[in-house]
Design a protein around this ligand. Sequence first.
Ligand code: AMP
Ligand code: GLY
Length: 428
Amino acid sequence: MRVLIIGSGGREHALLWKIAQSPKVKEIFVAPGNAGMMNVAKLVPIPVDDLGGLRQFALEQQIDLTIVGPEVPLLQGIVDQFQEVGLSVFGPNGQAAQIEGSKRFAKDLMKKYDIPTAAYQVFTDADEAKQYVRQAGVPIVIKADGLAAGKGVVVAATLQEAEQAISEAMEQKVFGSAGDVVVVEEFLVGQELSLMAFIDGTTVVPMVPAQDHKPVFDGDLGPNTGGMGTYSPVPQFSNEVLSLSVQTILEPMVQAFQKEGINYRGVLYAGLMITKEGPKVIEFNARFGDPETQVVLPRLTSDLVEILIAVVEGRLHADLVTWSDEAAVCVILSAGGYPGPYQNGVPITGRIDQLDDRESVYHAGTRYEGSQLVSAGGRVLGVTALGENLQIAREKAYRLVEQIHFPNAHYRKDIAEKAIQYLAQIHI
Ligand code: AMP
Ligand code: GLY
């Protein structure tokens, strides 16, 4: 098979790493890709939002399967456009991807089908939204309806913060039209869990769970990022909690899509808060999570390409998806300053190659300047290790982190700490 992966981050590098292991695959292209992918795939300099260019490339190169990494092309309808010309493509169509593209759409669907999520109100008028938060009180959560590159959510601890968030989204238009509509949401208390599933329109097969670390600093302090690190499994949540999440959230969502006449094929990512009353949805994404994919795929023991094809062809089956008991930890090395302004083009040195078979360095934002690897993004590398358990995987990941260097590199030192603390507690 000839495979095309669309995207350029750590998620796509992890997808490439796993897809390259499939005996079905002969050649892999990535558009536009990054420096870490060059020895396994051919990089194609077409941006992810050039749908016409990508489609033409896939036709000319007789691509057998395309996998779409990021949300932007999904929402632009890349899957619809590829299918129109008979190309096989993994990901939800434009209508189905609205589950990520519009928070209002997602919330209304969950409400209609009784899927547990935070209580909410939708506003198209800033004064009405401010009036409402004054009544409802704080803490409260303000969300821009549309895509805002992970920056459209404010958890407001004070009324002033809440009103400022409403004003920025709706009056100052800092997210453009994505902030025309705002969802104001009840603040949920609990620990977060990322649960992704393969869905072929009717069948749901959950992946192993992961936990992300969104705030930039240790102890969950500082502004939110795209994700500073992940681990899997998440031992503080029992199998009962996971089954409940599948039964009350993922399966009802697939039924809801079917009832609404939406053909959802691809990955559905549920961002959950595990509250005292059970799992509740914080958000849905229409794609693999980043950096969740970097710890979930290393645990997949079956052939990812077979799963992807089964999803596209509507014949997904649980037997196709098997997992190892090993644990995985991914620590993101980011550019100093991220998620604010940061410097690109910083030289990266150290043990990026010569890894053992339990280590991976997934490139997120890198390129070559001549023969020198340099940074090219806020999140630069996802340093990942597998181990018999979380402690071992974590030690291995941090040992590797310490052997990789670039000026002003920043990383969180407490990835997987919540799990390690939980494990220490139950062993007392
Ligand atoms: P999102 O971009 O929707 O994933 O939101 C970013 C982060 O905001 C989440 O990872 C949560 O930490 C937090 N968050 C979002 N919605 C809520 C909520 N209703 N209650 C508490 N925290 C929330
Ligand atoms: N790690 C969160 C996301 O992929 O949206």
